[in-house]
Design a protein around this ligand. Structure first.
Ligand code: ADP
Ligand code: MG
Ligand code: MG
Length: 948
C-alpha cells in the first residue's frame, strides 16, 4: 500500500474546488500546516492547478451554487491535504459531507476523508445498480491521499488505516441509512492494529464491530445472530457488559462472528480491504431505497433528492479505553430551546453505542469530571459552530485517548417551542436578525405551542407510574401498543395508541407516526425515539427504565403492577412522567417569545388572516390568536344544537310555505342570539356569515328507529317522515340541492337568516357593540343566481330596518363564495354586483379534480404513494390546477370590480405553502381554523419576506 501512495499521490492529490483560490484556500493551508506536515507543499501545488482549470471554464465569477470543479468528478476530499467541499454543496455532497468539509476548513479537528457525491448514487441506480465506471479508481486515488495524510496504510500489518463508510443525504434522515465502522480490518491488519496501539483488546473490539456491522449492513445478516454469539462469550467469561469482556474473549468473539458470517452469507468475511470498501459503498447506495428510508421520506415529506452521498473517513477510536469515548450533543436544549450545551456521552464506546440505546449514556455535563479539558474544548466548539452557522447544531464527537475529534454537525432538530425560543435568543445575541428569525421558524411547528398540556393542579393526585426523560413535549393519552405494526393497525381503527418499546429503531417509523405518543424504557435524549419524535413534534418519554416490557404478553410492569392494551396511560413529554389513567388537559397560553415572534410576523406580512369559526368561544380564541375577523361563519352547525334540530326538521318536513315559515320563525331567535354572541366576541372585526349550505338531507335521520322517534316527537305519521327523507335523497348530494340552490327554491330560508343577521346587528348597535357582518352566498355559479339572491337579501335588510325604525346607515356587504369552477370563469360579471369573493377551495378542489371529498380516501393514498400527486390536494392547494382558477377568479373579479375584497376560506387557508401562494397572487386575506391562525400569520410573513 505504501508503495502505491507514492506512485499516485502526485496525480491525485486533492484539489481545491473553490474558484477563488485566495479566499478559503488560505484557511485550508493554515489548517493543513497545523495538522499535516508533509501536505503543505502539495496543497499549494494543486490549488494552482485548479485555479487554472476554473479560469478556463470561466469559473472565476461563477456564483456559489455553481462551484463545481468538474462535472464528472465523483469524489471530494476533506483534510489537511486540501478540502474541496463546503457547506453550500449539500445537494452534491449531502449534509454530512458538506459540513465535514466545512468544519475542516474552519479549523475544527475532523478526521480526514472524502465524500462520494449524491450524483454518483443517482448514477448507480440509473446504471441498473452498478457502480459508475471509474468510481473505484477515484476512490483508490483518494485512499492513497488519505494514507499519505495519516501516515497509515489500508490493510497494513504494521499501522493500518481504518475508515468509516457513512451515508448522508442532502436532508438529514436520522439513522435511516447505514454506516460501517472500522473498515479495513482483516486477520492481518488486526494484528497490525495491536502492534500500532499496543492494545489488543481494543483491536479485537474494533474487528468484532466491523464483522458485525459489515455482516448486518452489507450482507443482511440479522444483528441478533451476532448478539447471540456475544451473549455466549459473555456467559463464558461471567460478565454482563460488553466492556467487561477481556481481550481473549474478544478474539474468540471475532472467530465466532466470522463463523456467524460464514453460516449466513455462505462465504468468508472478505479479507481484501478494498473489496470491503467497494461492497460497503454499494451498501450505502442501496440503503437509499431501503423500506425504512423510503417510509421516512414519505412521512416527512422529503422529495426531490438524488440519493445519498457516501463519506469515507479515517476512524477516530472512542473504544481505546477509559480515556476514550464518544458522544452526541446539541448546542442548545432541543426540547426547550434553552441556551445550554446539551448532550450525552459514553466512555470507551464507539459510534452507534450512544444512539442505539444499548447502554444508557451519561449527560455531557458530567464530562467536566471525566476530562475537563475536552469539555472546555467542546464548549468552545459549540460557540464557534453557532457563530459560523448561526443556527443550533447537533454534533457528534469522539475522544481518542483524550484527543477530541468532530464527526458531524448539522442543524439540530427541535420542538416548536425550542424553535421559537432559539430564534428569539439568537436575535438577542445578535447572531441573526429579526427577519431571519421569522423566516427560520417552521410555521407548522407552531401547532405544538398551541397544544393542550396536562393540568398541573391534577398532577398532585395523579398516579405516576414512572419517570423517564422529557424527550419531546406534549400531553398524550392513549392505550399501549407494543409493536409498530400493532400501533399502525389500531390507529387505523381510530384508537389513540401509545407506542411502548424498549427502544425504537428505524423500522418502527410507521408505528411511531401512527401513535399519539412514544414511550421507551431505554435510551437517552438523543436516542432514535427522541430524535424522530422531536422532529415530528410528537410527545415522547424516553428511557423510563422502571418499566419492564413484555411484548409477547402485550403488557408492561412497573412497581409490581401490570398494564395491558386496555389501560389508559398519559405521557407528559415535558416532564417525562408516565401516568396511569386519563389526566385532564388545559389549553395553552402564549409565551412571551411566541408573542414576540407573532409581533414580528405582523410587522412583515401584508396578507390578512381571518378565522373560520361558528361559535363565540372559537371566535374569541381565534381573536386571541390574532385573527383579524371571521372569514367563514358556517350557519348549519347552529341548527344541530339542543331543540333547534327539531324546528329545523319541522321546517324540512313542511309541505307549504306557511308551515315552513312557522318553523323558521322558531329558529330565528336562536340564530339572532348566536350572531350577537359572535359579534360580541369579535369586537368590531368583520364577520363573514355564510347562508345555509348543506343539502337538507343531512339534517334528517336515516335509520328507521330514529325516524319513528322523530315522528313521535313531531306528532306526524312515520310514513310521512320516511317518504320525505326518501324524497330528499340524492345520488350525488355534493352536486345536488345545496348552497344557493336551497335559497332559490326556498327563499324563506334566506329571509330568516338575513333577518337574524340584521336584527342582531341592530341590537348590537343599540347595545354599543360594533358589528360588521358580511353576508356570503355559497355555491354560486352564475351571475343570475347571485343577482336574484342579492336582491332578496337587500329587500330583507330594508324590511328589517323599517320594522326596527332604524335609520342610520347599515353597512352590510354582500358577496359570494367562489367554489364552482364556472364562478371562477364568470368572475368578472359576478364581481360587478358583488362586494367580496371568498374562495371555497375545498369544493373548488373537489369540483376541479372531480374527486368526491367523501370518497377520496379510496384512491388518494395510491396517488400519493406513486407520486402521481405531490400532496393531498385537500390539504395543500394544488397550485398548478386549482390555483389557476383561484388566480383567474381574482384577476377577472378585480376587472369587474376594483374594490372587490378577496379571500380564501378553505382548509388551505392554514397551510403554509398555500398561504404563500395566496400572498403571491395578491389575495386580501386567508381564513383558517382558530388553531392555525398563528401559523398563517407566520407563513404570511415568511411569504412576504421571501418575496422581497
Ligand atoms: P448517522 O447518520 O446514522 O448518524 P453516521 O454516519 O453519523 O450515521 O455514523 C454513525 C455513528 O458512527 C456516529 O455515532 C458517528 O459518530 C460514528 N462514526 C462515524 N464515522 C466515524 C469515524 N470516522 N470515527 C469514529 N466514529 C465514527
Ligand atoms: Mg446510521
Ligand atoms: Mg450521525
Amino acid at each position: 500500500m505504501a508503495k502505491k501512495t507514492k506512485k499516485t499521490s502526485k496525480k491525485v492529490a486533492p484539489k481545491k474546488s473553490t474558484t477563488k483560490p485566495g479566499g478559503s484556500s488560505s484557511r485550508v493551508k493554515k489548517k493543513g500546516a497545523a495538522k499535516v506536515h508533509a501536505g503543505g507543499l502539495n496543497a499549494r501545488h494543486t490549488t494552482k492547478k485548479v485555479a487554472r482549470k476554473s479560469a478556463r471554464s470561466g469559473g472565476r465569477s461563477a456564483p456559489a451554487a455553481d462551484r463545481r470543479p468538474r462535472k464528472d468528478k465523483m469524489v471530494f476530499y476533506f483534510g489537511g491535504l486540501g478540502t474541496e467541499g463546503d457547506t453550500s454543496m449539500k445537494q452534491l455532497l449531502g449534509g454530512k459531507g458538506a459540513n465535514l468539509a466545512d468544519m475542516t476548513s474552519i479549523g475544527l479537528p475532523v478526521p480526514p476523508g472524502f465524500t462520494i457525491t449524491t450524483d454518483t448514487c443517482a448514477r448507480y441506480y440509473e446504471g441498473g445498480k452498478r457502480l459508475p465506471h471509474g468510481l473505484m479508481n477515484e476512490v483508490h486515488q483518494h485512499m492513497a491521499t488519505l494514507e499519505k495524510e495519516t501516515a497509515k496504510q489500508f490493510g497494513s500489518d504494521e499501522n493500518p488505516l481504518l475508515v468509516s463508510v457513512r451515508s448522508g443525504a442532502a436532508v438529514s434522515m436520522p439513522g435511516m441509512m447505514d454506516t460501517i465502522l472500522n473498515l479495513g480490518l482483516n486477520d492481518t491488519s488486526v494484528e497490525g492494529l495491536v502492534k500500532a496501539t499496543g492494545n489488543s483488546r481494543f483491536a479485537y473490539d474494533a474487528y468484532r464491530r466491523l464483522i458485525n456491522m459489515f455482516g448486518d449492513v452489507v450482507m443482511g445478516v440479522h444483528h441478533d445472530k451476532f448478539e447471540a454469539a456475544f451473549d455466549a462469550v459473555k456467559l463464558r467469561y461471567g460478565v454482563t457488559l460488553d466492556t467487561e469482556v477481556p481481550s481473549d474473549g474478544l478474539r474468540e468473539l471475532c472467530d465466532a462472528y466470522k463463523e456467524v458470517y460464514r453460516a449466513h452469507v455462505g462465504d468468508e468475511f472478505p479479507q481484501n480491504p478494498f473489496k470491503q470498501l467497494e461492497l460497503a459503498i454499494e451498501a450505502v447506495f442501496k440503503s437509499w431505497h431501503a423500506d425504512r428510508a423510503v417510509s421516512y421520506r414519505r412521512l416527512s415529506g422529503i422529495v426531490g433528492l438524488k440519493g445519498t452521498a457516501v463519506n469515507v473517513q479515517t476512524m477516530a477510536y472512542g473504544n481505546m479505553g477509559d480515556d476514550s469515548g464518544t458522544g452526541v450533543a446539541f448546542t442548545r436544549n432541543p426540547s426547550t430551546g434553552e441556551n445550554e450545551f446539551y448532550g450525552e456521552f459514553l466512555v470507551n464506546a464507539q459510534g452507534e453505542d450512544v444512539v442505539a440505546g444499548i447502554r444508557t449514556p451519561r449527560p455531557v455535563d458530567e464530562m467536566k469530571n471525566w476530562n475537563a479539558r475536552v469539555y472546555k474544548q467542546l464548549i468552545e466548539i459549540k460557540k464557534k459552530l453557532e457563530k459560523h452557522y448561526r443556527e443550533m447544531q447537533d454534533i457528534e464527537f469522539t475522544i481518542e485517548r483524550g484527543k477530541l475529534y468532530m464527526l458531524q454537525t448539522r442543524t439540530g432538530k427541535r420542538t416548536g417551542g425550542a424553535s421559537v425560543r432559539i430564534a428569539c435568543d439568537m436575535v438577542k445575541e445578535k447572531l441573526i436578525t429579526e427577519k431571519q428569525a421569522v423566516l427560520r421558524i417552521p410555521a407548522n411547528d407552531l401547532t405544538q405551542l398551541l397544544l393542550p398540556s396536562f393540568d398541573p393542579s391534577k398532577k398532585a393526585s395523579a398516579d405516576i407510574l414512572a419517570r423517564g426523560l422529557p424527550a419531546s413535549p406534549g400531553a398524550a393519552v392513549g392505550r399501549p401498543a407494543f409493536t409498530a405494526e400493532e400501533a399502525v393497525e389500531r390507529a387505523l381503527q381510530g384508537e389513540q395508541v401509545i407506542l411502548v418499546r424498549r427502544e425504537t429503531s428505524p423500522e418502527d417509523v410507521d408505528g411511531m407516526h401512527s401513535a399519539v405518543g412514544i414511550l421507551t424504557s431505554t435510551g437517552g435524549m438523543t436516542s432514535h425515539a427522541a430524535v424522530v419524535a422531536r422532529g415530528w413534534g410528537k410527545c415522547c418519554v424516553a428511557g423510563a427504565s422502571a418499566i419492564d416490557i413484555n411484548v409477547a404478553a402485550g403488557t408492561f410492569s412497573v412497581g409490581g403492577r401490570t398494564f395491558g392494551r386496555q389501560d389508559l396511560i398519559s405521557l407528559d413529554g415535558s416532564t417525562g412522567e408516565v401516568i396511569h389513567g386519563n389526566l385532564p388537559r388545559i389549553e395553552p397560553k402564549m409565551s412571551g417569545d411566541f408573542a414576540k415572534v407573532m409581533r414580528w410576523a405582523d410587522k412583515y406580512r401584508t396578507l390578512g388572516v381571518r378565522t373560520n369559526a361558528d361559535a363565540p368561544k372559537d371566535a374569541a380564541r381565534a381573536r386571541d390568536f390574532g385573527a383579524e375577523g371571521i372569514g367563514l361563519c358556517r350557519t348549519e352547525h347552529m341548527f344541530f344544537e339542543g331543540d333547534r334540530i327539531r324546528s329545523m326538521r319541522e321546517m324540512i318536513l313542511a309541505e307549504s310555505k306557511e308551515e315552513r315559515e312557522a318553523a323558521l320563525a322558531k329558529l330565528l331567535p336562536y340564530q339572532r342570539d348566536d350572531f350577537i354572541g359572535i359579534f360580541e366576541a369579535m369586537k368590531g372585526l368583520p364577520v363573514t356569515i355564510r347562508l345555509l349550505d348543506p343539502p337538507l338531507h343531512e339534517f334528517v335521520p336515516h335509520e328507521e328507529e330514529m325516524q319513528r322517534e322523530m315522528a313521535m316527537r313531531l306528532g306526524v305519521p312515520f310514513e310521512k317522515i320516511r317518504s320525505r327523507v326518501m324524497m330528499l335523497q340524492e345520488s350525488n348530494p355534493m352536486l345536488g340541492h345545496r348552497g344557493c340552490r336551497l335559497s332559490i327554491t326556498y327563499p324563506e330560508i334566506l329571509r330568516m337568516q338575513v333577518r337574524a343577521i340584521v336584527e342582531a346587528t341592530i341590537e348590537c348597535v343599540r347595545r354599543k357593540i360594533k358589528a360588521m357582518p358580511e353576508i356570503m352566498i355559497p355555491l354560486v355559479g352564475t351571475r343570475a343566481e347571485f343577482e336574484l339572491l342579492r336582491r332578496e337579501t337587500e329587500a330583507v335588510i330594508r324590511e328589517v330596518k323599517a320594522e326596527e325604525d332604524y335609520t342610520p346607515r347599515l353597512d352590510i356587504k354582500i358577496g359570494t363564495m367562489i367554489e364552482v369552477p364556472r364562478a371562477a370563469l364568470a368572475a368578472k360579471e359576478i364581481a360587478e354586483i358583488a362586494d367580496f369573493f371568498s374562495f371555497g377551495t375545498n369544493d373548488l378542489t373537489q369540483l376541479t379534480f372531480g374527486y368526491s371529498r367523501d370518497d377520496v380516501n379510496t384512491f388518494l393514498p395510491d396517488y400519493i404513494r406513486q407520486e402521481i400527486l405531490p400532496a393531498d390536494p385537500f390539504g395543500t392547494l394544488d397550485q398548478s390546477g386549482v390555483g389557476q382558477l383561484v388566480e383567474m377568479g381574482l384577476v377577472r373579479g378585480r376587472e369587474g370590480n376594483d374594490k372587490l375584497k378577496v379571500g380564501i376560506c378553505g382548509e388551505h387557508g392554514g397551510d403554509p405553502a398555500s398561504v404563500e401562494f395566496c400572498h403571491r397572487i395578491g389575495l386580501d386575506y386567508v381564513s383558517c381554523s382558530p388553531f392555525r391562525v398563528p401559523i398563517a400569520r407566520l407563513a404570511a410573513a415568511q411569504a412576504a419576506l421571501r418575496g422581497n
